[in-house]
Design a protein around this ligand. Structure first.
Ligand code: HDE
Length: 712
């Protein structure tokens, strides 16, 4: 009788990697080995038994039936069969990273929260970014709201700030959330569309629910197609409270501002990326952290004194309203830096469980009816998603403080509680664990003792009734190109709506109340008559414009972490590439050299130049700018290469900076392109500054009307 020998041997147990990793560089390999916790470990069953053969099921003879007694095979397959857990109902597609939060100062006048007191202290955080509509495998760059959820592991317990990249929300009352989500999710009969809102049920709902108008215009703006997760603002959305040690409460709105600036993709680019690189945002986050370009945000609050609660022309409790920064500026509190990628996506990003109800002393809720509903929903959803009420014991969710209470048992309990008293008060275990008093010394949580004297009713406050003035404020605050993008987005999305009655309702009953010119332009694109008046009286807001809302005012002014594609072929001028790389590095930016294939090219002076990828492998949509170095032979080859020509045209169409050097300017003739503020034809070593200045502008907006005619 012959049995096939197992293929694993002793030398492999010592950590030798037998996988063919192709071109993977040495740095990555060493990283993988560093991260593995199985190095020099034998393969074992879950019961700890060493496995001698992981290739063959136990059978009756080499050609015979498999035997039920093969506990090794059964254990492995059973576990595999149950590997998937339910994805999140919303925000299913996401990615995350670890980092820290550091306070700038002691903010004791505002709050007693410990993590905001000591500037020398680093509080660990875990952040999960997400889209809302699409399932787990959906595209990163679809038009959607982005989740921005931060778990602070503070010395006083976990604080979860579960926000979005837009400062308002679609609805005012939590009871409408299932309706809204059912409307935006793929339609029930055919599960289309994945990852977007351009369909009948979404527009049906929002056109019937005017309180959504403000959030929908944000979702139709460039904010819904962020350039990267690192270039998004984050917002806590609801009004919260901060309480200081004297018990004084202030209302606050939470803000995250990225230090690299806030900017977006253009629509054509976002759509192409969704196909060419579904993982574009998660890859960018991952690679930035691996490269040491640690994403950073400033954390700040808008503070409103308790006595000023009613001084605005909107209600602080209404989550469809912002407090314009021109009325209440942001007070910076500290910074957050993301500097470590997860080791295991499932264990960390998938199993992390956020809840707006996770707060610490010094922070409290407001009566925003959306927030109040969320306080219930998140824990409830984790019970089915993570299989029971013990999800706080999963490593990624565990508080860094000790946790002792009388809660016991239930599915997946991992703590081995000792002692006999799982109740309080007790005398058997000496009375432990005991309550702590509120106050700085003991630190027990105390809710803000807000006085409530009211009827128990189902009624929305009159102060929540204006749905349009802030949507108008948003539109009026946009730059000209941002307004054009909003018109284009409404036209695109409503163009996908099959029922004319829904299109017309959105135009006449929503857009006409926001802005007649906006409504008219969208109506024209849909072939509908332009409305001549709105349907409601919209109050005049105290502010006509809020410049802080326009991304045109939110750039960083530098080119840190920006990526430049360098297009090369045989005969390229190698010296200018070295000079460019050096200059980019000095500015904290990066270059990748792309050839016709992934094979190295030969420079004009006969040297071998390694390329990072082929032009097809890393298309222009993956970069912020394109540089074409001179070299007669190289330019001759590139001008005959459709992929290279398309590369430059596409970058032009997406309004990116293009630097041409030496003979590369000849490309302009064939491509019929004209020099502009971002298309620089003498980008030699002395002219990099103009090229870099164009990159810092993020896009050449003045080119946009012209670029529309470019067939890329
Ligand atoms: Fe959520 N939301 N939400 N949401 N939400 C969830 O919780 C819910 C709302 C937000 O990366 C769910 O663990 C209700 C506003 C983020 O894990 C669920 C209401 C804001 C994430 C849930 C809202 C958010 C979620 C699904 C209306 C911005 C992803 C899975 C009252 C301030 C967190 C889960 C992560 C996830 C309920 C409205 C942000 C079902 C009932 C407003 C970033 O519990």
């Amino acid at each position: 009788m012959s049995t096939k020998k197992p293929t694993v041997n002793k030398s492999q147990l010592a950590g030798t990697d037998t996988l063919d990793r192709g071109n993977t560089n040495a740095k990555l390999e060493s990283l993988e080995q560093f991260r593995s916790d199985a190095t020099e470990q034998a393969l074992r069953t879950n019961q700890g038994v060493k496995i001698a053969d992981n290739q063959n099921t136990l059978r009756a003879g080499p050609r015979g039936p498999s035997l039920l007694e093969d506990f090794i095979m059964r254990e492995k397959i059973t576990h595999f069969d149950h590997e998937r857990i339910p994805e999140r109902i919303v925000h299913a597609r996401g990615t995350g990273a670890h980092g820290y939060f550091q306070s700038y100062d002691a903010h004791s006048a505002l709050t007693k929260a410990g993590f905001l007191q000591d500037p020398s202290k680093k509080t660990p955080v875990f952040v999960r970014f997400s889209t809302v509509q699409g399932p787990r495998g959906s595209g990163d760059t679809v038009r959607d709201v982005r989740g921005f959820a931060v778990k602070f592991f503070t010395d006083e317990g976990n604080f979860d700030l579960v926000g979005n990249n837009m400062p308002v929300f679609f609805i005012q009352d939590a009871v409408k959330f299932p309706d809204f989500v059912h409307a935006v999710k793929p339609e029930p009969h055919n599960e289309i569309p994945t990852g977007g809102s351009a369909h009948d049920t979404f527009w049906d709902f929002v056109s019937l629910v005017p309180e959504s108008a403000h959030m929908v215009i944000w979702a139709m703006s460039d904010r819904a197609i962020p350039k990267s997760l690192r270039t998004m603002q984050g917002f806590g959305v609801h009004t919260f409270r901060m309480i200081n040690a004297e018990g004084k409460s202030s209302f606050v709105k939470f803000h995250w501002r990225p230090t690299v600036g806030t900017c977006s993709l253009v629509w054509d680019e976002a759509q192409k990326l969704a196909g060419k690189d579904t993982d574009y945002h998660r890859r960018d986050l991952w690679e930035s952290i691996e490269m040491g370009d640690y994403p950073e945000w400033e954390f700040g609050v808008q503070v409103v004194a308790e006595e000023d609660e009613h001084k605005f022309d909107f209600d602080l409790l209404d989550p469809t309203k912002i407090i314009p920064e021109e009325l209440v500026p942001i007070t910076p509190l500290g910074k957050m830096v993301l500097n470590r990628n997860p080791d295991n996506f499932f264990a960390e990003v998938e199993q992390v469980a956020f809840c707006p109800g996770h707060i610490v002393p010094g922070i409290d809720f407001s009566n925003d009816p959306l927030l109040q509903g969320r306080l219930f929903s998140y824990t409830d959803t984790q019970i089915s998603r993570l299989g029971g009420p013990n999800f706080h014991e999963l490593p990624i969710n565990r508080a860094i403080t000790p946790v002792h209470n009388g809660q016991r048992d239930a599915m997946h309990r991992t703590t081995i509680d000792k002692g006999r008293a799982s109740y309080e008060p007790n005398s058997i275990d000496g009375g432990w664990p005991k309550e702590t008093l509120p106050g700085p010394e003991d630190g027990g949580f105390e809710s803000y003792p807000e006085r409530i004297d009211a009827y128990k009713i189902r009624q929305r406050s009159d102060s929540f009734a204006d749905h349009f003035s802030q949507a108008r404020l948003f539109y009026k605050s946009m730059s000209a190109h941002e307004q054009e993008h909003i018109i284009a987005a409404y036209s695109f999305e409503l163009g996908k709506v099959e029922r004319e009655l829904i299109r017309a309702r959105q135009v006449n009953e929503i857009l006409a109340n926001i802005d007649l010119e906006l409504a008219g332009r969208v109506a024209k694109n849909l072939g509908l008559p332009a409305p001549t008046a709105g349907t409601v009286d919209v109050p005049t807001p105290s502010l006509e414009q809020s410049p802080a809302l326009s991304q045109a005012n939110l750039l960083s002014g530098d080119i840190k972490t920006r990526k430049v594609a360098v297009l090369v072929a045989n005969g390229v001028d190698g010296a200018i590439i070295d000079a460019l790389k050096k200059a980019l590095k000095a500015e904290g930016a990066h270059a990748k050299v792309l050839g016709p294939t992934s094979a190295p090219v030969t420079t004009a002076d006969g040297k071998t130049l390694a390329v990072d990828a082929s032009m097809e492998g890393l298309p222009s949509i993956a970069f912020d700018a394109v540089f074409v170095p001179g070299g007669a032979e190289s330019i001759k080859a590139l001008s005959r290469d459709g992929v290279a020509l398309h590369y430059v045209l596409e970058a032009y169409k997406h309004l990116k900076a293009i630097g041409l050097h030496g003979e590369a300017r000849q490309l302009l003739v064939g491509l019929k392109l004209e020099v502009d503020a971002g298309l620089i034809e003498d980008a030699d070593a002395s002219g990099f500054s103009r090229f870099f200045a164009a990159i810092a502008q993020h896009r050449v907006w003045a080119r946009e009307p012209k670029a529309k005619a470019v067939p890329a």
